[in-house]
Design a protein around this ligand. Sequence first.
Ligand code: FE2
Length: 425
Amino acid sequence: MSPANNKPIAYDLILRQGNVMLSPHQIESVDLAIKAGKIAAISAHIPESAAQEINLQGKLISPPFVESHIHLDSALTAGEPRWNQTGTLFEGIKIWQERKQDLTLEDIKNRAIATLKRQAQQGILFVRTHADVSESNLIALEGLLEVREEVKDWMTVQVVAFPQDGIYGNSQNELLLEKALEMGADAVGGIPHYEFTREDGVRSVQRIFELAGKYDRLIDIHCDEIDDDQSRFLEGVAAAAIRTGMGAKVTASHTTALGSYNNAYAFKLIGLLERAQINFIANPLINITLQGRTDTYPKRRGITRVKELWQQGLNVSLGHDCIQDPWYSLGTGNMLDVAHMAVHVCQMTGVAEVGACYAMVTWNGAKTLNLGQNYGLEVGQPANLIVLGTENPYTAIRDRAPVEQVISQGTVLIETVPSTTQCYW
Ligand code: FE2
């Protein structure tokens, strides 16, 4: 019994009077109770008490942020061994080729776990990371698979086997990619626009689907991450998704060239994408930084057609892509920064559009990761949720609101006390 009010202690934790996001479009002021790691009740008023109760007074309760695209193996290496002076994707790849010669298991794991902790502190509890599998020792993959296991009590990590230097960039990469799947990577990656030739790029897409079928894995391809309007591997990915029936198990990351295609081709392609029902990930912080570098003026924004894909009902999520690495020396891992940039770069400033950008760093990311019933705020689901010091998704993005509580599997994992300002005028 609770000594304070004589009510029976029925739950482990009750969050009282939060603005609970039951879906991206439905917010209700209710109590939410947690028991044995699961959401046990959601109701206008829960009469029982709990071992711990927090009165939220209208603060926003959201499912956790989902980071659907990050490279944990290169995170926190900015400036090593040198800074990216041109700011291009290609100089970034060259610098990473130099840096990765010094990789050790300890180096990778320390930086990955440090990054995951920063992400968790900002409300992320689900992460899809790419692991470069172009080195013969597969050390980045080995490190990130170990990290996936070590953090699983508080963070769900998916690892994509990503052939950074291309599947056909040298004679061993194709075998390394398959070995990575045998070692336990969750998804097959690729980079068709970086292969030597268009034909190699087409062949790489075919091989990715063969491997995904053979090992029953998801697919996440770095696809057309270039301003070249002739880079058209997305249509091949969509066609393969239709023919194999893999649909929602397939993700096309970046697709920045879609922002440069002529409208006649883009219109035809979006029809194909609607049939394919694959997922898309845009990375607005990185896309606006890396793309458009060969333009004078007018200078392209270099991001995929996020608004148009969303308007067609396709699943678009947003990723950070890089945190302080050879491609992007900034970044803290805050998904509200990512959504905020998307609002601007994609010109999604309408109220519904800002709300859609919030969904892109929450529910849509969960769909991309194929999380299914393990994600969301419904009775019976795992109690993974965050409390933001704000009222709704719009103000969350506007103010880049602080995440005050992170609850993982029913336990308060992290608490942040927002800073206060004293004015003396
Ligand atoms: Fe990436």
